[in-house]
Design a protein. Structure first.
Length: 206
C-alpha cells in the first residue's frame, strides 16, 4: 500500500449529504475482485449522461478538477452497503483524501485499509474548505498527516484528529498484510521454537 505522508493537490467540492456507496460505484461494476480499473466508473451515474457522454456539470468532469486528489464532501459520506469496491474506485481514480463532517463507519475503516485518508472535521471547517475548493484550479490545499494539519490556499491552518494506529498504518503504507509482515521475524522465531519443542508435530504432518 502506498504511504501517505503529505499531499498537496487540487480539492474538488462535492456538497452533497448521504453520498452512498452505490453512488460512488454502482452495483453493475462489482463483478471484479481486482482493485484496479474501477476509477473510470467512479460516480458513474453522475459523471455520465444516458448516451455515455460526460456530464459537463459534474465537478470531476470540469477541467479544473480532473486531476483532483482531495474531495470535500457532506455528512454521512460513504453510507449504504459495505462494498469495499467504493474505496477501490476512489483510490483508482486518484483521490487520496476525503474531508467531510462524518462518514459511514464501514466506509471510513475501508478507506484506511486502501491508502485513503478520511478526515472528519466540524461543519464550519468543512464549509471553509468547501469555499476554498470552489476556486477551481486554484483550490490547492495541503494535507500534512504527520502534523495533522490542513493548509488552505490562503495559508490558513485547520488541525484534525486521527486514531494513532490508523495514522501509523497510513504513514508507513501498512495494510493488514503489511502489519502481519512487520512481525515476520517474531513469527519465524516462534515457529523455530515450536519445531524444536514439538518435532513430532511436523513428523505427523509429513
Amino acid at each position: 500500500m502506498e504511504k501517505f505522508t503529505s499531499l498537496t493537490a487540487v480539492a474538488a467540492p462535492l456538497p452533497m449529504i448521504n453520498v452512498d456507496t452505490d453512488m460512488i460505484i454502482p452495483k453493475q461494476f462489482l463483478k471484479t475482485i481486482k482493485r484496479s480499473g474501477l476509477g473510470k466508473n467512479l460516480f458513474d451515474e453522475m459523471r455520465f449522461l444516458d448516451d455515455g457522454s460526460e456530464n459537463p456539470d459534474f465537478v470531476l468532469n470540469k477541467p479544473a478538477y480532473r486531476e483532483a486528489q482531495i474531495l470535500v464532501g457532506g455528512e454521512n459520506f460513504g453510507c449504504g452497503s459495505s462494498r469495499e469496491h467504493a474505496p477501490w474506485a476512489i483510490q483508482d481514480f486518484g483521490i487520496r483524501c476525503i474531508i467531510a463532517p462524518s462518514f459511514a463507519d464501514i466506509f471510513y475503516n475501508n478507506s484506511f485499509k486502501n491508502g485513503i485518508l478520511p478526515i472528519v472535521l466540524p461543519q464550519e471547517d468543512v464549509d471553509k474548505l468547501m469555499d476554498d475548493a470552489e476556486r477551481g484550479a486554484n483550490a490547492i490545499i495541503t494535507v500534512d498527516l504527520e502534523n495533522q494539519v490542513i493548509t488552505g490556499p490562503d495559508g490558513g491552518e485547520i488541525r484534525f484528529e486521527i486514531d494513532p494506529f490508523k495514522k501509523h498504518c497510513l504513514l508507513n503504507g501498512l495494510d493488514e498484510i503489511g502489519l502481519s509482515l512487520e512481525k515476520d521475524q517474531a513469527i519465524s522465531d516462534f515457529e523455530a521454537k515450536r519445531r524444536a519443542a514439538t518435532p513430532w508435530l511436523d513428523a505427523e504432518a509429513s
